[in-house]
Design a protein around this ligand. Structure first.
Ligand code: PGA
Length: 254
């Protein structure tokens, strides 16, 4: 009943011309891909206009990888939700572990961004995940509960239905070490139980939770076949149109 959602997170890769090359190739593959899957491309800011233009006639959605929690003003180097909206961006990745770890984004900042996104009708892909140290120290549930509870503070039920969660264990991102399907399913089930505590079972059952961290064509079927895994957020393996398409083809059952 939850529509699968597979998103490419290009990170610091692909300016406008590489974006154009990717999309022109990827569009030719769309007719052969499962129809019941929402596909999203998260490009760098400078490539978003190009992506929006090229995808305007398709069902593929465009996402930013971050945005400011502020509307306008003296915030050098920042981009607002309204600016993204103006260029027909649909989604925005917020709280990615690289933003948390490298740029020091706190749960409170991420929460402010999530609220701003909803206020502007951009759909957040809200990332959460634990480090290996946190998992091995027995703090997995505590860390995830805190990220979820603080990140979603004041987010309404209605807004929650427009929010995608991406569970990305930090130790699996870009490392080639993927969570086992059982590890991922158990954690997704836990995430849904926290959402149930916050929003009730009816809402929690509708929220899509993506898995992210070394997803590849070879492991997509097993991971996305799990009951509480509703799609994937894909970094490295989304940079080539063929491998991104294979993830969708292998992972999504019609
Ligand atoms: P990866 O990245 O697929 O390269 O592990 C996933 C992500 O960071 O979103």
């Amino acid at each position: 009943m939850r529509k699968p959602i597979v998103a490419a997170n290009w990170k610091l890769n692909k300016g406008p011309s590489e974006t154009e090359d990717f999309i022109k190739n990827f569009i030719t593959k769309l007719p052969d891909l499962p129809k019941g899957c929402e596909i999203v491309l998260a490009a760098p800011y400078v490539s978003l206009v190009k992506a929006s233009e090229l995808l305007a006639q398709s069902t593929v959605r465009v996402s930013a990888q971050n945005m400011s929690e502020h509307e306008n003003g003296a915030y050098t180097g920042e981009i607002s939700a309204l600016m993204l909206k103006e260029i027909f961006v649909n989604y925005v990745i917020l709280g990615h572990s690289e933003r948390r770890a490298i740029y020091g984004e706190s749960d409170e900042t991420i929460n402010a961004k999530i609220l701003k996104a909803h206020g502007t009708e951009l759909k957040p892909i809200f990332c959460i995940g634990e480090t290996l140290e946190e998992r091995e120290g027995g703090n997995l549930e505590k860390v995830l509960s805190q990220q979820i509870t603080l990140g979603l503070k004041d987010v309404t039920e209605k807004e929650m239905l427009e929010t995608v969660i991406a569970y990305e264990p930090v130790w699996a991102i870009g490392t080639g070490v993927v969570a086992t399907p059982t590890q991922a399913q158990d954690t997704h089930e836990f995430v849904r139980s926290v959402l149930t505590d916050l929003y009730g079972i009816a809402v929690a059952e509708k929220i899509r939770i993506q898995y992210g961290g070394s997803v590849k064509p070879e492991n997509a079927a097993e991971l996305l076949g799990q009951k509480d895994i509703d799609g994937a957020l894909v970094g490295g393996a989304s940079l080539e149109p063929a491998s991104f398409a294979d993830i969708i083809r292998n992972g999504v059952v019609e």
